[in-house]
Design a protein around this ligand. Structure first.
Ligand SMILES: Cc1cc2nc3c(=O)[nH]c(=O)nc-3n(C[C@H](O)[C@H](O)[C@H](O)COP(=O)(O)OP(=O)(O)OC[C@H]3O[C@@H](n4cnc5c(N)ncnc54)[C@H](O)[C@@H]3O)c2cc1C
Length: 420
């Protein structure tokens, strides 16, 4: 058995840690922040466990839309002018990644096995940690103002169907019966029945960390800075506060993984796609399902703290300050989705959050052995689907550490795909 250092204690790092402990390794978990804390994307995401989320953000015709993203500060995707020069190399690869229907279909095929069964896999992890009640498997509603609006997304739904994703179609009446709190402007819906939800992702990650510690993981409250190698083999992960001796290491530091991957021999294209959420406590409505309105491009879901509305893609730097207008835009649209929400909730009932999706241009994570050292495993870059994909990622990583055959082909996730 090996001594494994896992770098990063978000949902991905925790799932890896628990699978490695299950295999009998001795695990050090290196995380400078609080487990489940707001520094991590795993804290404030849309809560959805969506095996149906196989469609990349990059889509045919994206290039033509980029000027609009630069000019329109109110849309669901915005780019900060000041960040454009630094962003351009990633942005050009992003636009190219989904430029044709065939490319979109290939990405979807690659993502599918990483996401399939996610609600069941998370339920098992959560139950082991004593928080099985945080995982729901009720399905997720996709709602449209009309069948025409649904038809406008025909490519993505056809690709989903080709990948075995199934749903129930709901007309206006059926939608109303399923979800009375929804605005009647939504007259067509799909219930993606295999999707689920983690009702409180921050509490979930914190519970997984407590469980990992109880199973013997050593918690190292430091920031990893690189690797110490000898003759091509790993000796330790270096941190701001000393070395962590290990035979294997896993890079699971989300949006902060790029310099660590470079230290392990791989140049990767990783950006933060910043996103926001707003939570309205005591919202006065009780939606039964999480919902994604097609005209809002956001996730709306009940959490123990209230209604959480999460979304927005803001391309800006890791250290740039939040632009809370993005969160306000989510709050304003939430009232369009649920007319029963209070028009002007008191400020103490509204909380806002900004976080960093770790995003590659093609929307696929980086998963596999590092080029510079076979003892280092990449497990980052899960973009919009990292909570969903975390559970299967943990299994893949444990398999790589143990040199077991992977359950599906990992080539699409290789760091080497970024080489010129
Ligand atoms: C608004 C929004 C909505 C989203 N909605 C969904 C959704 O509904 N469903 C879904 O599946 N996904 C969703 N996502 C994406 C998902 O949240 C992320 O893909 C996922 O949380 C990434 O997990 P992670 O563990 O890789 O990274 P993180 O959760 O960001 O964790 C990384 C951790 O690494 C630590 N770290 C950083 N640097 C170092 C270092 N040098 N050394 C040690 N530790 C370090 C950080 O402190 C952090 O705790 C959403 C994201 C956003 C922003």
């Amino acid at each position: 058995m090996s001594r494994v250092a896992v770098i990063g204690g978000g949902s991905v790092g925790l799932a890896c840690t628990l699978e490695l402990l299950r295999d009998g390794h001795s695990v050090s978990l290196i995380e400078p922040g609080p487990f489940g804390g707001s520094q991590a994307a795993s804290h404030g995401n849309g809560t959805l466990l969506n095996p149906s989320s196989v469609i990349p953000v990059s889509c045919p015709g994206l290039w033509r839309k980029i000027p609009g993203y630069l000019m329109n500060r109110d849309g669901p995707l915005t780019i900060r002018w000041s960040y454009l020069p630094a962003l351009l190399p990633w942005l050009s690869r992003f636009a190219a990644a989904g430029a044709t229907p065939a490319k979109v279909a290939a990405i979807a095929r690659a993502l599918r096995p990483l996401l399939a069964d996610a609600p069941a896999l998370h339920l098992a992890l959560a139950q082991d940690a004593g928080v099985g009640d945080l995982i729901d498997r009720q399905g997720v509603l996709f709602v449209f103002p009309s069948r025409t609006a649904f038809a406008a997304e025909a490519l993505s739904w056809r690709v989903r169907h080709d990948n075995g994703i199934r749903w129930l179609e709901l007309d206006a009446d059926e939608l109303r019966q399923r979800e009375p709190s929804l605005n009647p402007r939504y007259t067509f819906g799909l219930l993606a029945t295999e999707n689920g939800q983690c009702r409180d992702p921050g509490a979930y990650v914190a519970a997984l960390a407590r469980h990992a510690a109880a199973l013997g993981a050593t918690i190292v409250p430091n920031r990893a800075t690189g690797f110490r190698m000898r003759s091509g083999r790993l000796q330790a992960v270096t941190t701001q506060n000393g070395d962590v001796a290990c035979d294997k290491a896993v890079i699971a530091a989300g949006a902060w993984s790029e310099p660590l991957a470079a230290a392990a021999g791989d140049r990767v294209w990783l950006q933060t796609e910043r996103g926001y959420h707003v939570t309205i406590a005591d919202p006065g409505i009780e939606p039964r399902y999480p919902a994604i309105p097609s005209d809002g491009k956001m996730a709306c879901a009940m959490t123990p703290a209230g209604l959480r509305v999460a979304g927005q893609v803001e391309l800006a730097g890791l250290d740039d300050p939040p632009d809370w207008r993005r969160a306000d835009a989510l709050l304003a649209f939430a009232r369009t989705v649920y007319p029963g929400l209070p028009a002007d909730p008191p400020p103490e009932r509204v909380t806002r959050w900004m976080g960093h999706r770790p995003s590659t241009p093609d929307g696929l994570p980086v998963l596999g052995l590092a080029s510079g050292c076979p003892d280092v495993v990449h497990a980052f870059g899960h973009g919009h689907v990292g909570l969903t994909a975390a559970a299967m990622t943990g299994k893949i990583v444990a398999g790589l550490v143990a040199a077991r055959p992977a359950p599906f082909v990992l080539t699409p996730y290789a760091a080497t795909r970024f080489r010129p």
